[in-house]
Write a protein that binds this ligand. Structure first.
Ligand SMILES: [Zn+2]
Length: 104
């Protein structure tokens, strides 16, 4: 299914699951799709993309969505809360580490 089609489908899914936050790429509420976690440390992870979108995103896009997630600037219809700066930095560092490993 193309990203365009998934975004249209996601628009309808958000209507029937208004309380859920969503994948920042396709907009599908987490009720309907699994998230792809990024491990911050052994006890904590964060996520911004679903398992379907993750492989489609290049590193720059992943970093952009991660920034949106931790700074609370997601899509207009679903703004999050900004994290404390030290936690935001930890999360972005974790993603950078993972992206470095993917590239090598
Ligand atoms: Zn997605």
């Amino acid at each position: 299914m193309s990203i365009r089609t998934r975004r249209i489908r996601a628009w309808f899914l958000r209507l029937i699951a208004p309380g859920y936050s969503c994948c920042l790429h396709c907009g599908t509420p987490w009720k309907f799709v699994d998230h792809r976690p990024v491990q911050i440390n052994p006890g904590r992870a964060f996520f911004f993309a679903c398992v379907d979108c993750w492989p489609l995103l290049d590193p720059a896009e992943k970093y952009m969505y991660a920034q949106q997630a931790v700074y609370g600037i997601g899509w207009g219809w679903r703004r999050g809360q900004s994290w404390p700066l030290d936690r935001a930095k930890q999360a972005l560092d974790a993603l950078r580490g993972e992206l470095r490993n993917e590239a090598s």
